[in-house]
Write a protein that binds this ligand. Structure first.
Ligand code: OKP
Ligand code: ZN
Length: 348
């Protein structure tokens, strides 16, 4: 399979996040994507392409126009009041009372369009997020053209995307690359698309985007939200609503989860995707399930990632892998590419 990668991700280096009461160095760094690219090339999995510019339309098919305007202009508005530090939200509506009106001041807007203080905006954030989404869009398009490497592709997206909702950033995410890719596959003619999210954290953004729809089936394995971020979604009882009732499947797992339990839950997700009759799949590929990930509490080992990949051979094809989390910079590349290698070697 081939990969899509853009150097523009380097423009986004958030530097800091608010973590454990401290402004600390951000775990989401440019090095992460570079490690994944290097591992992909080194393993000889396929060619790496630079995405063409497909414009804003596929992004606006998922995200609200006012949110996109905010993302594009936030740095300039922030720079007018604060020159040294990245823009971080510090005040939230928190669901109290009727829907809040969009504030005029950038400080209020940051809270209006964010779910946490882990997602800083710096000068290059929009550019990086835009090209991250373009990687996913280009990879999805290539699968529908049946060209360039066959029925699977890998989008080396950075910043990640699965926490971003239609109108909010959060968890290092600004644009929901996986949701944009799934929607793009729909637009290009796939009748029903599965999104399988195997990042350690619940893909709350992707879930919310497709919550009321049955043309995109969302299944996720993640840390139980009682114990870990994003805390407010990802419980097993969340199954979708309206037309989407039954098209969401959450499989929360406890801290300390190891490969046997993880792989058993993965089989459950694959059974559900099979039963849903999907014609294509987007995999939100996070490898922060790794035993030495600095912000996570699962205990998967290096060799387990190929085991995951082998099992993913059951997914409806074409399959688009979209890179999400993974913060152990020493192993993030080999672990992510381990899944792809297992997939390519997997027996059908
Ligand atoms: C993004 B992705 C943990 C705090 C978590 C944000 C994590 C975002 C993860 N104690 N802060 O899903 O890998
Ligand atoms: Zn994660």
């Amino acid at each position: 399979m081939d990969a899509w990668y853009s150097d523009h991700h380097q423009a986004h280096d958030a530097q800091s996040e608010l973590l454990g009461g401290q402004l600390t160095a951000s775990h989401e760094t440019p090095l992460r994507a570079e490690r994944v690219l290097d591992a992909f090339l080194e393993a000889g999995v396929g060619l790496v392409h630079t995405p063409p510019d497909a414009g804003l339309a596929p992004i606006l098919a998922v995200h609200d126009a006012d949110y996109i305007d905010f993302l594009r202009g936030a740095w300039d508005a922030w720079r007018a009041i604060e020159r040294k530090h990245p823009a971080l939200p510090t005040v939230w509506h928190a669901g109290l009372g009727p829907p809040a009106e969009r504030p005029r001041h950038i400080e209020g807007q940051l809270g209006y369009y964010a779910m946490d203080a882990a997602s800083a905006i710096v000068a290059g954030t929009w550019t990086a997020a835009y090209w991250s989404a373009q990687c996913a869009i280009a990879a999805a398009s290539s699968l529908m053209q049946g060209a360039e490497g066959g029925s699977a592709a890998f989008a080396i997206c950075r910043p990640p995307g699965h926490h971003a909702t239609a109108r909010a950033m959060g968890g290092y995410c600004y644009l929901n690359n996986a949701a944009i890719a799934a929607q793009h596959l729909r637009a290009l003619g796939q009748p029903r698309v599965a999104v399988l999210d195997i990042d350690y954290h619940h893909g709350n953004g992707t879930q919310s985007i497709f919550w009321q729809r049955d043309d995109v089936f969302f299944a996720s394995l993640h840390a139980d939200p009682h114990d870990d971020y994003p805390y407010f979604s990802g419980h097993a009882r969340e199954r979708g609503e309206g037309d989407g009732l039954g098209a969401t499947l959450n499989l929360p797992l406890p801290p300390g989860t190891q490969a046997p339990e993880y792989l058993a839950a993965l089989e459950q997700a694959l059974d559900a995707i099979e039963a849903a009759g999907c014609t294509a799949t987007v995999v939100s590929l996070g490898v922060d399930t790794f035993e030495r990930d600095p912000i996570s509490r699962f205990k998967l080992r290096e060799g387990d990632y190929a085991q995951i990949g082998v099992r993913l051979k059951r997914l409806p094809r074409p399959v688009l892998f979209v890179f999400e989390g993974g913060y152990a910079t020493g192993e993030v590349g080999t672990n992510a590419v381990g899944v792809l290698r297992g997939y390519e070697a997997g027996i059908e």
